[in-house]
Design a protein around this ligand. Structure first.
Ligand SMILES: *Cc1c(COP(=O)(O)O)cnc(C)c1O
Length: 394
């Protein structure tokens, strides 16, 4: 098994073939959906004596399912991890990771631009029920992490690039500071996917992805995944999934396997389109600022080049105008539909900060009139002319 993985590591596309053991399902080219809640044993003793850690021994669907396992092996190979665990949502994965690493009274260092619901989980639930404290950092300089991480820190939470302002952290730098203090590092790698960035290779302990975005890739599933290398950590993550019970269902896992088959070509197309759109927006007289790490003018462009192989279809921009005018521009778009989320075929637009207090928006380093767009696969010319038409109302 290890040999096969070493051999396959040379090619990311071939890694998406990993975990398919055709002989176990009548040589069908596509792995089946194992739509079963349990597996049976020939004798009572066979049940007790079976090695439940063997990947070919299945017992109960809340713990493991063959379709789910195929997906996990593919993602683990793509992320250069030892093992992956998939969950029913990104938040189920994220909260399980926090619970696996932290305990009552833990200290966490977290970037300000982390996914909103995770921030609420840390600052409200964990603070109130577990007396966990959190230090927030802007995240763009290592000195800030040096100051925030202490010997009492158990977990450092990163998201690079973040999903609204696309801010980056020096992943290798932060991971080595955390390691010096025996703190674990966690990163939300949803923006890059394993195609464009592999944080485990940079010393991060846990990589998380939301599968409703590019891994699923078709706006039709909710799911999450955690990938790690360290055995002690993997055992804890497995236990959290089993006890909280947040495993992904087999049908969703099958759809995610289908999504993985085209992830690299989809990502390359999203990137090409997004670069053209970002370039158009940057040159537009009514656009003040474009947040896209692929633009050479992006403040962290050099860092991006060092740790990423590319960028996806997500970006945000600020217009030269009020919040109301930004709403009008968003509503004047016709190909870009108004909606949260991203990563599918469709182009989307939203204004995440339109109703946030001015104070909070400033703390995040943003503007209330910020427009976030996801460049889908409809084609760059169509998307640029949609934006051109909408911006012309200003
Ligand atoms: C969507 C999203 C999540 C949450 O994932 P769910 O599957 O909705 O729980 C977490 N992080 C990022 C960056 C996201 O975009």
């Amino acid at each position: 098994m290890t040999d096969q993985r070493e051999y396959l590591r040379d090619s990311r596309l071939i890694e998406t073939h990993y975990g398919e053991e055709y002989e176990h399902y009548y040589n069908a080219i596509v792995p089946p959906v194992f739509m079963n809640s349990l597996n049976v044993f020939p004798t009572i003793d066979a049940y007790f004596d079976s090695d439940k850690t063997d990947k070919h021994v299945y017992c109960y669907g809340r713990v493991q399912n063959p379709t789910v396992r195929i997906l996990e092996d593919k993602i683990a190979a793509l992320e250069h991890g030892e093992r992956a665990f998939v969950f029913s949502s990104g938040m189920a994965a994220a909260t399980a990771a926090v619970m696996a690493v932290c305990h009552a009274g833990s200290h966490i260092v977290c970037v300000r631009n982390v996914y909103g619901p995770l921030k609420i989980f840390l600052t409200e639930y964990c603070a109130q029920h577990l007396q966990i404290t959190c230090t927030f950092v802007k995240g763009d300089c290592l000195e800030e992490f040096e100051d925030a991480i202490t010997d009492d820190t158990d977990l450092v939470v990163l998201e690079s690039p973040s999903s609204i302002l696309m801010t980056l952290q020096d992943i290798q730098g932060v991971a080595s500071i955390a390691a010096k203090h025996n703190a674990r590092t966690y990163i939300d790698n949803t923006f890059c996917t394993p195609i464009f960035q592999n944080p485990l290779d940079m010393g991060v302990d846990i990589v998380m992805h939301t599968m409703s975005k590019y891994i699923g890739g078709h706006s039709d599933i909710i799911g999450g995944v955690l990938v790690a290398k360290d055995h002690t950590l993997l055992e804890k993550l497995a236990l959290m999934r089993e006890l909280y019970g947040g495993i992904m269902g087999p049908m969703e896992a099958w759809l995610a396997i289908r999504g993985l088959r085209t992830i690299e070509i989809r990502l390359r197309q999203h990137e090409k389109t997004a670069l053209a759109v970002a370039d158009f927006l940057e040159k537009h007289p009514k656009v003040k600022k474009v947040h896209y790490p692929g633009l050479p003018s992006f403040p962290q462009y050099e860092l991006m080049k060092r740790q990423q192989r590319g960028n996806c279809g997500l970006m945000s921009f600020e217009i030269d105008g009020t919040v109301e005018q930004a709403k009008e521009v968003s509503q004047a778009l016709s190909i870009f539909k108004i909606g949260v989320s991203w990563g599918g075929f469709e182009s989307l637009v939203e204004m995440p900060f339109a109703r946030m207090s001015g104070e909070e928006v400033e703390w995040l380093g943003a503007a209330q009139n910020l427009i976030r767009i996801h460049c889908g696969l409809e084609g760059e010319d169509i998307l640029i002319s949609d934006l051109e038409k909408a911006l012309s109302i200003l």
